[in-house]
Design a protein around this ligand. Structure first.
Ligand SMILES: Nc1ncnc2c1ncn2[C@@H]1O[C@H](COP(=O)(O)OP(=O)(O)OP(=O)(O)O)[C@@H](O)[C@H]1O
Length: 386
């Protein structure tokens, strides 16, 4: 492998902020990178320079740092024609031995420059191009090359790289405040939590354990999903709390209309989520609803299940198709855990209500003494797993 000594990382939206917000975001981004990789990292002129001990591990780690648009492992050399020529020769020798460049391939040099130099960017690109051409026999194609080789001249140091690895985008974790994310063992809610984390939120993941209506596998799965999500939270605490919810669900079945069991279950969840959010200093609730996907996610039911809460309930998947959600779940690594069979929930009635009438839901909530039941769930305490 090439003897890379630094990673140049780029950030997008952070760069659009006002100078003071930008400084705060940059600081957080660097803090998160250092926590993930345990290495030196600094910001200079709109780039983050990262000096890891283990390059491959670092590249893997950076793919989970929100706020990064892309990053490139690079070789540093002095801004002298001789050193650049020498380094380019070694660099392209290595590319040749990896089969990435040869007499049948085309390349282009892209040069960027900051600082005062006695050459222009075009002159440097032309110089580098002629070195590469001589060393590899590859030909130049500026319009549609097989490979781009980048030369970034920054004052007295020059960086050479050819890989530009896409980052996850978004905003640095921990810059947008806290949310409580309702996490089931299903495919959707982990993706919803991930999307809010990508927008910079700190997540308190909340799981209602529906034992005896659900199996121990359902809870174990959710714990594994939480562990996976926590990988995207370097530099920021990720909490996972579970509450025993089975007794409340039993009360819904006993004292509520059968068809409304799922609606009352969800109404209770959002009610509990809001109480936990107040305890945790969170300002919103996140769930994995996607309009019309299942019986509980019709517009009337979305309205009925949120009637008790004042905080915004954010549903980042609301307009997404199942296939899109599944693709994202695969990409972030939660899909394979979510599809482990767990037996589902045995409290679901044969014909769940798909268009619950708000007034009837409120009446049913009163009949089962929902608020007090949920306060009891809250007071019986949660298990903090992470
Ligand atoms: N046991 C639970 N604990 C915490 N949150 C839950 C639980 N069950 C459901 N939720 C939340 O309610 C949302 C809607 O759940 P519902 O069962 O209607 O849909 P779903 O398509 O099965 O969702 P998912 O795929 O996320 O499980 C979920 O996306 C999740 O955010």
């Amino acid at each position: 492998m090439l003897a890379y000594d630094v990673i140049l990382a780029r950030y997008g939206e952070v760069g659009l902020k006002s100078p003071s917000v930008r400084r705060r975001f940059e600081k957080k981004l660097v803090h998160n990178i250092r926590s993930a990789l345990d290495c030196r990292a600094t910001v200079r002129n709109g780039r983050i320079f990262i000096y890891p001990d283990n390059m491959e591990e670092a590249l893997e780690g950076l793919s989970k740092i929100f706020g990064l648009v892309s990053f490139s492992p690079a070789v540093t050399t002095e801004t002298e024609f001789e050193s650049i020529e020498d380094t380019l020769r070694r660099y392209t020798d290595e590319l040749r031995s990896e089969g990435l460049i040869n007499t049948r391939t085309t390349f282009a040099v892209r040069c960027r420059r900051t600082g005062q130099h006695e050459f222009t960017s075009q002159e440097m690109a032309a110089f580098a191009g002629s070195v590469i051409l001589k060393n590899t026999g590859a030909s130049v194609d500026l319009g549609n090359p097989d490979m781009e080789i980048h030369i970034e001249v920054r004052d007295q140091e020059t960086y050479i790289y050819h890989r530009v690895i896409p980052g996850p985008g978004g905003l640095p974790a921990g810059t947008q405040g806290k949310v409580v994310a309702l996490l089931s063992g299903g495919i959707d809610s982990p993706v919803a939590a991930y999307l809010m984390m990508r927008r910079g939120c700190q997540v308190i993941a909340l799981h209602m354990d529906n034992t005896p209506f659900t199996s121990p596998e359902a809870r174990d799965k959710t714990e594994k999903i939480a562990e996976k999500l926590a990988e995207y939270s370097a530099g920021v605490e990720f909490k996972f709390r579970t509450f025993s919810y089975g007794e409340y669900l039993e009360k819904c079945r006993e004292s509520g209309p059968e068809r409304m069991t799922c609606v009352l279950c969800k109404l209770g969840m959002y009610t509990l989520a809001e109480m936990v959010a107040r305890e945790e200093g969170a300002l919103a609730i996140v769930d994995g609803s996607s309009l019309g996907q299942v019986a509980s996610q019709t517009l009337p039911n979305l309205l009925a299940t949120r009637m008790n809460v004042e905080m915004p309930v954010l549903s980042p998947l609301i307009g997404m198709d199942k296939v899109e959600i599944e693709d994202l779940a695969r990409k972030i690594g939660t899909y394979d855990i979510s599809i482990i069979p767990d037996g589902g929930c045995s409290a679901v009635p044969a014909h769940p209500s798909t268009a619950a009438d708000p007034q009837r839901v409120l009446d049913a909530a009163r009949d089962i003494d929902l608020k007090n039941e949920i306060i009891r769930v809250l007071e019986s305490g949660s298990e903090r797993i992470m």
